[in-house]
Design a protein around this ligand. Structure first.
Ligand SMILES: NC(=O)c1ccc[n+]([C@@H]2O[C@H](COP(=O)([O-])OP(=O)(O)OC[C@H]3O[C@@H](n4cnc5c(N)ncnc54)[C@H](O)[C@@H]3O)[C@@H](O)[C@H]2O)c1
Length: 405
């Protein structure tokens, strides 16, 4: 079911309008209002060793942004391990909607519309999203929907306030009304702003965002903490560090560079090539998201990165080597809102979730180039040695190499 099935939700909508006092439904624990309810690394035992998963029974998981890059990959992994999924996505045209629709169609065709239900709409549309909660009563939520680009947020901050801040608040509000057990949402490494620390830690002060996008993610973290404090919701704020891989966003550097080099087109290099990013392969990110969802620990912020930054110049060299062609580079000034370097301290996610990123940047780029060639250049058998190596390294959430049809 791709598209908003209004008939299915009619009954729920009338039920919602009768529920005039949602405050009555609030789950209030003894620890309400107490900072003790926030589990800190010091108050917790080692939660994650090998297995993420305090709750191992099949779940019904609401995945917002499930048509997008990370959301569709998370939905795929949840479905593959036996959970059922409800996807909500407005399928906006921030990038080519055929990619997003292909992601949805692929999930539904492989897992069936009974196990993977898709609703197309805005998470800020109150009757729409409320009706979905009334209908399905999801207790497990992976909230990935957001406006995700840094530079476009400078052009139009208002849609970022809408989708990211209002949207997250709406979901938190519904989550607390419906007794959500675990709420994992995408924050971003961009909250660290222009930090010159060698490792970015969750305990760093992050009060100086340098783009509306970063500010919106920081605002989401603050609202999430507030909802934990008031209602004792279990919430994990996941600071992703530059995610790349198969199904990757076409507006992001990994896809753009591979695409430009493969087609022999000029590519823009912002800055002198000395900037660096902690690129994180999609299967490692998906593994971290599932571990966070499965391990509700009060309010937690986790860095999900790799902890090994790669310089832009090295990145381009790797793309050239894997594509088998030299890049045509136009050097441009660094862009406002961009940060010079990111590098995640992932010790907290390692300790509490058992998060352990497995895919090296070299293997990840090789696999991404293999996926790109298979998807966009020519049909070919998936026998590429690099792709095979990566799939073997990350069995928890392998992604199909031919997702965009
Ligand atoms: N990809 C990265 O490197 C990266 C890094 C840090 C954080 N993040 C965060 O991870 C999440 C997923 O990112 P992604 O790369 O998959 O982006 P994406 O753009 O591919 O996916 C986001 C999805 O959310 C949907 N969406 C946006 N606003 C919505 C709304 N109001 N209602 C319903 N759906 C809406 C979009 O249509 C899109 O399909 C985002 O929250 C993003 O900010 C991503």
């Amino acid at each position: 079911m791709v598209g908003f099935d209004s008939s299915m939700l009619t009954a729920s909508l009338s039920a919602v309008s009768n529920n005039s006092d949602p405050i009555e439904d609030v789950y209030v624990s003894d620890s309400m209002g107490s900072e003790d309810s926030i589990c800190t690394p010091d108050t917790l035992s080692e939660a994650g060793d090998d297995d993420a998963g305090m709750f191992e029974d099949p779940k019904l998981v609401l995945v917002t942004g499930g048509a997008g890059f990370v959301g569709s990959s998370v939905a795929d992994a949840l479905l593959a391990r036996g959970d059922d999924v409800i996807i909500v996505d407005e399928v906006n045209d921030y990038y080519d909607t055929t990619i997003k629709r292909s992601n949805l169609a692929s999930l539904v065709s492989r897992y069936g519309s009974e196990r993977c239900k898709v609703y197309e709409g805005d998470i800020c549309d109150v009757p729409f999203i409320t009706a979905i909660f009334e209908e399905h009563k999801p207790e497990w939520i992976v909230h990935m929907a957001a406006r995700a680009g840094v530079r476009p947020s400078i052009q139009d901050p208002f849609i970022y306030v809408h989708s990211n801040i209002e949207g997250t608040t709406r979901l938190l509000e519904l989550a607390r009304q419906h007794g959500c057990k675990s709420f994992a949402f995408a924050s971003s490494s961009s909250v660290y702003g222009g930090s010159d620390k060698s490792l970015f830690s969750e305990t760093d002060l992050v009060d100086h965002p340098v783009s509306p996008y970063a500010a919106s993610k920081k605002a989401c973290e603050l609202l999430a903490h507030t909802y934990h404090h008031l209602y004792n919701l279990n919430i994990a704020a996941l600071r992703f560090f530059t995610v790349y891989g198969p199904r990757g966003r076409p507006d992001m550097a990994p896809f753009k560079f591979i695409d430009a080099v493969a087609r022999g087109r000029e590519m823009q290099q912002f800055g002198d090539g000395s900037t660096s990013r902690d690129y994180t392969y999609i299967t490692d990110i998906v593994d971290g998201v599932l571990r966070a969802l499965d391990t509700p620990l009060g309010y937690q912020i986790y860095n999900l990165g790799r902890g090994e930054p790669t310089r832009l110049s090295r990145f381009i060299n790797l793309v050239e080597a894997n594509v088998g062609r030299k890049a045509i580079i136009r050097v441009c000034p660094e862009q406002p809102g961009d940060v010079p370097r990111t590098c995640a301290d992932i010790s907290k996610a390692r300790r509490l979730l058992g998060y352990d990123p497995k895919v090296s940047f070299e293997d990840g780029i090789a696999a991404t180039v293999a996926w790109y060639k298979a998807t966009y250049m020519q049909p070919q058998q998936q026998t590429d040695a690099a792709a095979t190596k990566v799939a073997a390294a990350a069995p928890a959430a392998s992604v199909s190499a031919n997702m965009v049809m």
